[in-house]
Design a protein around this ligand. Structure first.
Ligand SMILES: *[C@@H]1O[C@H](CO)[C@@H](O)[C@H](O)[C@H]1NC(C)=O
Ligand SMILES: *[C@@H]1O[C@H](CO)[C@@H](O)[C@H](O)[C@H]1NC(C)=O
Ligand SMILES: *[C@@H]1O[C@H](CO)[C@@H](O)[C@H](O)[C@H]1NC(C)=O
Ligand SMILES: *[C@@H]1O[C@H](CO)[C@@H](O)[C@H](O)[C@H]1NC(C)=O
Ligand SMILES: *[C@@H]1O[C@H](CO)[C@@H](O)[C@H](O)[C@H]1NC(C)=O
Length: 507
């Protein structure tokens, strides 16, 4: 029932307004413009309808109190201060009398009013309702909203920045100090003001922590305003590194490492690992003692309540003086003595070869901490020395020169075949020796054996029975002498069935 009464009253009131339609203007009481930007004064006028046809519309704006023209269709009548700066942006036919003033100046401040001139009907000055334009020198600070006190790394953050302005044809531009997805929205406010809002969305990360997010508003005409907020982000440790970055230690020595990490909240526990698993030490630093060259790379793991992060494994550079490997050797070759020296050291060593009458530095082929130095030394050497040195010490090895393998086999083969041949001959002759006249036989044998003396000698040394022993004393002594002469030099090698060095060396 009450509703119905209200409805009836409302309808009557509405009809009453329509009937009393008269000269009215709707403008805000005041509009604030920014110096050197523009102002659009929203304006709507109305007039009593009397069914007359209007052939054209003209509008004019005045500045009180002297009522100079601020805008007129005939710009020559407009006050010089406004001549190029004003425009009627509203469609008069549609009762829109909005005025735009560009390049606002401080003394544009004042009270303005509107007059309509309709040809074929009437004219009217809405001077009883004036609008006050005020001008400010600097824009307001934009407002920022949407930031939560603290976000977790990875979460999406949306920050909004709003600026108000009075110049819709040239809205300000809003820029952000951080990358992200930006959306812009505009909405009108009262009093000729408009609100432009830019929203920035991004995934927060560790780098955003404590960083200001700044929005900069550039107004038409060049005035700028900024505002910013500080973002707080919680994150699992980042930048987990081991210091020193390139740890180096002398073998059997000790070294201390520390784990550097950043996190929010602060890192509250550390773990250390080597290739085979966690180490017992927990804490920011780790001391390793008696470090061997076989030590694994070390990793540090930093934790806080947001998570854990491992550093890259750090290799420890363990240094030691050179060691020369048993694989090193020298061989007698066709063009000289070929030598190869395998050296383990860290840092790499300088390798030199030293022989009877010479010395040189050797180029090396390196693979990690192993280097192979190869050299072609002069022929017919008995021994050569490989010397290696780095900043931690020296090593040397004497290499006895061996035959090249093919020569050895040929010599050994030939030598043994000869012995066998002579032995057979001797044995067969020996049978006859017994049957024939001993003196003659002894004489013959003696000549033959003297010729091949070295062969008999060898047999004797080998412990075989001398075959053609005619004069045991004589040949025995000779054999012993030979053995002694060479025995010293080749003491480490077996005695073969030939007499030359090649055979002794390899048999
Ligand atoms: C009047 O015209 C201005 C400029 O074209 C426009 O922005 C505004 O929305 C119009 N007002 C109305 C009430 O139509
Ligand atoms: C991680 O290290 C980089 C490069 O040194 C640095 O720019 C960054 O600020 C560090 N991160 C944090 C969260 O401190
Ligand atoms: C790795 O750490 C374990 C535990 O401390 C230790 O026993 C092992 O020797 C280490 N291995 C290497 C290669 O450093
Ligand atoms: C470290 O100790 C080991 C074992 O005692 C030894 O073989 C090695 O030569 C030492 N290294 C150094 C650089 O002294
Ligand atoms: C270097 O040495 C490693 C192992 O010690 C081996 O696997 C690799 O093949 C070597 N590289 C060369 C080029 O000899």
């Amino acid at each position: 029932m009450l509703n119905l009464i209200i409805l009836i009253l409302y309808l009557q009131a509405d009809r009453g307004v329509a009937a009393e339609k008269t000269w009215t203007v709707e403008i805000p009481e005041s509009v604030t413009g920014l110096k050197s930007s523009c102002v659009v004064v929203p304006c709507r006028y109305d007039y009593p309808h009397q069914g007359k046809s209007i052939s054209s519309w003209k509008g004019r704006w005045y500045l009180a109190p002297n009522d100079v023209y601020v805008y007129d269709q005939d710009s020559s009548t407009v006050d010089a201060r406004y001549q190029t700066r004003t425009a009627l942006v509203g469609e008069l036919r549609e009762k829109n009398c909005s005025l735009q003033i560009t390049d606002i100046k401080k003394n544009d401040q004042g009270q303005y009013w509107f007059r309509i001139m309709m040809e074929g009907y009437n004219s009217y000055s809405y001077s009883e309702k004036k609008i006050t334009i005020s001008v400010k020198d600097e824009p307001n600070r934009p407002s920022i909203s949407g930031v939560i006190k603290e976000v977790r790394s990875g979460e999406i953050v949306t920050v909004s920045c709003s600026a108000s302005h009075s110049c819709p044809p040239h809205p300000p531009t809003i820029t952000w100090s951080r990358d992200g997805r930006v959306t812009v929205q505009s909405e009108p406010l009262t009093g000729g003001q408009h609100k432009l809002t830019s929203s920035l969305s991004f995934n927060a990360n560790a780098l955003d922590h404590q960083q200001p997010i700044t929005c900069s508003v550039q107004h038409h005409g060049g005035k700028k305003a900024i505002n910013s907020v500080i973002l707080k982000v919680t994150y699992a440790p980042v930048n987990v590194t081991i210091s020193p970055r390139e740890p180096s230690v002398l073998e059997n020595g000790s070294i201390s490492l520390s784990c550097l990490a950043e996190g929010n909240p602060e890192v509250d526990s550390y773990q250390w690992r080597n290739g085979s698993g966690p180490l017992s030490v927990q804490g920011k630093s780790l001391t390793l003692s008696s470090v061997t060259r076989r030590i694994h790379a070390i990793t540090c793991v930093a934790r806080n309540r947001e998570g854990e992060t491992a550093s890259r494994p750090v290799r420890i550079n363990v240094e030691y003086p050179p060691e020369i490997s048993e694989q090193s050797f020298c061989t007698k070759g066709h063009s000289g003595t070929q030598c190869s020296c395998t050296v383990q050291s860290n840092p790499p060593s300088i390798v030199r070869w030293v022989w009877d009458h010479g010395e040189n530095e050797s180029p090396q082929i390196k693979n990690g901490t192993t280097a192979v130095a190869m050299a072609l030394l002069p022929p017919n050497l008995h021994q050569a020395v490989c010397m290696a040195s780095n900043k931690h010490g020296n090593a040397m090895k004497i290499l006895i020169i061996k035959n090249d393998l093919l020569n050895v086999y040929v010599s050994v083969g030939a030598g043994c075949a000869l012995i066998l041949f002579l032995t057979v001959i001797c044995l067969s002759r020996r049978k006859r020796c017994r049957q024939q006249q001993q003196n003659l036989e002894r004489e013959n044998s003696r000549k033959k054996c003297e010729k091949e003396k070295h062969v008999y000698n060898s047999q004797e040394i080998k412990g075989g029975k001398p075959c053609c022993v005619v004069d045991e004393d004589l040949y025995g002594n000779e054999a012993m002498q030979d053995a002694d002469d060479d025995g010293e030099i080749y003491a480490n090698n077996c005695h073969g069935c030939g007499e030359d060095d090649d055979i002794y060396a390899n048999c």
